[in-house]
Ligand binder design. Structure first.
Ligand SMILES: Nc1ncnc2c1ncn2[C@@H]1O[C@H](COP(=O)(O)OP(=O)(O)OP(=O)(O)O)[C@@H](O)[C@H]1O
Length: 295
């Protein structure tokens, strides 16, 4: 890093932040070192190069982050700061241009069944029934339709779609379609679940229901989750840690440990501790927004 001309003070601050993250995770997660890190990002940078104009857009700058197996980590930040770029890089959909990114100890170079992504829009195949949408990924992996359908039953129950499994997606509400999307991701039994504003397209009431559902599903599956959201209360309710990204190019500006006992229910939102966490995160985001507004 020093070879790239990073000032010593900046380097020390990065190393300290990284060490703090590691210590914090180690405190809350029983033994991450034994099973290895679910995600290990070291100095990750992402830049987009427009071959037509020659313009380079730096989206992510020097992000270091370790996520332990079974942790639920959420990223928040201003629109366009680089959140999805970081998530897409972990998914193997966007190449990193600096640093190193490992999932389950293996360098990420392309998408893989160990990482499943749920986007804001369900993008279901309209001609396939609910169950056949859920098993699509399994079929692509070579699992027979019979076996895939058997495996899908548990997940249909988990996301509470029993009774509508033979419906076409067009007959489902937005919330139900997103349940299908979640089941489709979970049925492949990924090590990491990447959620990019999964409830961003839903109305407020459905979103609250889905947050509760995700809490319940996470309790049952204990998947490692990295989620991007614009909803600060959603981030606090669901996560073990919330990362506040700076404005573009994104860096980790603040890391907030959410020490609310689990299992959690939405009632925790009315506690003063919840409000304190939420307000602290909002303050950071507002500061960044004000900086962006300045000419
Ligand atoms: N494929 C791409 N090619 C060029 N620039 C891109 C590409 N994808 C994203 N960008 C740019 O990178 C920056 C970060 O985008 P990104 O989508 O990661 O931000 P975000 O924080 O997820 O935004 P939002 O919250 O609005 O979804 C933006 O300036 C965006 O225009």
């Amino acid at each position: 890093m020093s070879g790239r001309g990073v000032p010593t003070t900046k380097l020390a601050a990065n190393i300290n932040a990284y060490a703090r993250q590691e210590a914090e995770v180690a405190r809350r997660v029983p033994d991450p070192a034994k099973s290895g890190w679910a995600l290990d990002a070291q100095g990750v940078s992402i830049a987009y190069h427009n071959s037509r104009t020659g313009e380079v857009t730096k989206a992510v700058d020097d992000i270091s982050l370790k996520i332990a197996p079974g942790e639920f980590v959420t990223v928040v930040g201003l629109s366009g700061c680089g959140k999805s770029s970081f998530l897409n890089a972990i998914a193997g959909l966007v190449p990193i241009t600096g640093g190193a990114l490992k999932a389950g100890g293996v360098l990420v170079s392309k998408p893989g069944p160990d990482r499943a992504v749920v986007f804001q829009r369900p993008s279901l195949l309209p001609w396939r029934s609910v169950i056949d949408n859920i098993i699509y990924g399994l079929e692509l992996q070579g699992v027979s339709r019979k076996k895939a359908r058997e495996r899908a039953r548990d997940y249909i129950e988990l996301v509470q779609l029993t009774g509508v499994e033979h419906f076409l997606p067009g007959a489902l509400s937005g919330g139900m379609q997103q349940r299908v999307n979640l089941a489709r991701a979970l049925v492949c039994d990924p090590d990491i679940l990447l959620l990019d504003e999964p409830f961003g397209a839903l109305d407020a009431i459905t979103r609250e229901t889905m947050q509760e559902e995700l809490l319940r599903i996470w309790e049952k599956t204990r998947k490692t989750v990295l989620m991007v959201t614009h909803q600060i209360d959603e981030a606090v309710l669901l996560s073990d840690r919330v990362l506040v990204f700076s404005d573009r190019p994104a860096r980790i500006m603040q890391e907030v440990a959410i020490n609310i006992p689990r299992p959690r229910s939405p009632e925790v939102k009315s506690s003063s501790y919840f409000a304190e966490l939420e307000n602290g995160i909002w303050d950071q985001i507002h500061k960044t927004a004000r900086r962006r507004e300045r000419p």
